[in-house]
Design a protein around this ligand. Structure first.
Ligand code: SF4
Length: 333
């Protein structure tokens, strides 16, 4: 394991800034990768590269996060660098080297009227509260404006820090609400810039309610504190249901930011301590269907932590949930 490498700048606001850097480096072939929803923009970026005599290599699969940078695929096609569109740089939680010195991150900023929603509905937020300000990267370019507005209205605002995996202050990922946890002792509640329950539920685990400034719903709604507790209880129940199974699988991903070898080792030791036969699996994208047919009913997730609740027929549990095995009687007969 080595330290993650440093570069003066990793995250860029404008494609032209990235283009200038790529031209300065003299790269003549560059990979382009991005998530669903902005594929037409990716082709526009490809056209711009061509205008500057730089050959683009398109990465076909959609990306769900900068945990899955496809720089190695681009290199295999002869590219000198990769432009990862959609997300900010991701730091490996086990401090493994992401080896991304030639990756340029261009986070996607969602063009929705977030500030309009905050200005119209801020009175949904309780009075005299000290607020922690966090959100998803699509809206964090407006965090400063949101903070100034809330302070004008009399709130005390504490800016979120970076988390274990994130490189933008206040930014939350589905797998990392460290930005909120790091300041939760200083605040009464969080203001979250973004939409959906996926990220706010993660923030709520910091033990405070979350006011979600939602530009899709066009209002502010509340995610209660610790809203993931039911999910954790369900996961423990799955482990207990399979406690007597002899064969267990451990699944990690070959994606750089989802390859958690320390977690694999911890899970393996926890299971072997209880006499289990353990099999370790690796694949780029993890689909339940690939794990049917091995005669293993229960798998431990050592890849993207937010996949745990997704499986239907087979049980899929986190490493942490294995701790309940210490509290039950196990019978392999
Ligand atoms: S939640 Fe999963 S997909 Fe998203 S950044 Fe984290 S590891 Fe990657």
């Amino acid at each position: 394991m080595t330290e993650q490498k440093q570069r003066a700048k990793w995250n860029y606001e404008e494609f032209d800034e990235v283009l200038d850097e790529i031209k300065d480096e003299g790269y003549d072939k560059v990979g382009l990768q991005g998530p669903d929803g902005i594929k037409e923009e990716l082709l526009e970026y490809a056209s711009k590269l061509k205008e500057h005599d730089i050959e683009p290599v398109m990465i076909g699969a959609s990306t769900f996060g900068a945990c899955g940078i496809a720089d190695e695929k681009a290199e295999r096609m002869g590219a000198d660098a990769l432009i990862h569109v959609g997300h900010t740089r991701f730091l490996h939680p086990e401090k493994a080297d992401m080896d991304d010195i030639n990756v340029y991150y261009l986070p996607y900023r969602e063009d929705r009227d977030l500030m309009g929603v905050l200005k119209e509905h801020y009175d949904e937020i309780g009075e005299d509260e000290t607020l922690g300000l966090v959100g998803v990267t699509q809206y964090m370019d407006r965090a400063e404006e949101a903070r100034e507005f809330l302070e004008e209205k009399g709130y005390e605002v504490v800016d979120g820090k970076t988390g274990l995996r994130t490189t933008e202050e206040g930014q939350v990922l589905g797998c990392d609400a460290g930005a909120a946890h790091n300041i939760s002792h200083k605040v009464d509640a969080f203001v979250f810039l973004g939409s959906g329950h996926f990220h706010p539920s993660q923030v709520s685990e910091a033990g405070k309610k979350v006011y979600v400034v939602d530009p899709y719903q066009e209002h502010i709604w509340v995610e209660p504190a610790n809203s993931l507790d039911d999910e954790t209880r369900a996961e423990h129940a799955r482990v207990i249901k399979h406690k007597d199974k002899k064969k267990w699988g451990i699944v990690t991903s070959s994606k750089k930011g989802q390859n958690y070898m320390m977690a694999v080792q911890i899970a393996k030791e926890k299971l072997e301590k209880h006499g289990k036969d353990v099999y370790i699996f690796v694949e780029d994208r993890i689909f339940e269907s690939d794990y049917k047919g091995y005669g293993i009913d229960v798998y431990v997730n050592c890849a993207c932590p937010r996949m745990t609740k997704d499986w239907q027929d087979l049980a899929f549990v986190s490493t942490q949930a294995l701790d309940v095995l210490d509290e039950v009687e196990i019978n392999h007969n």
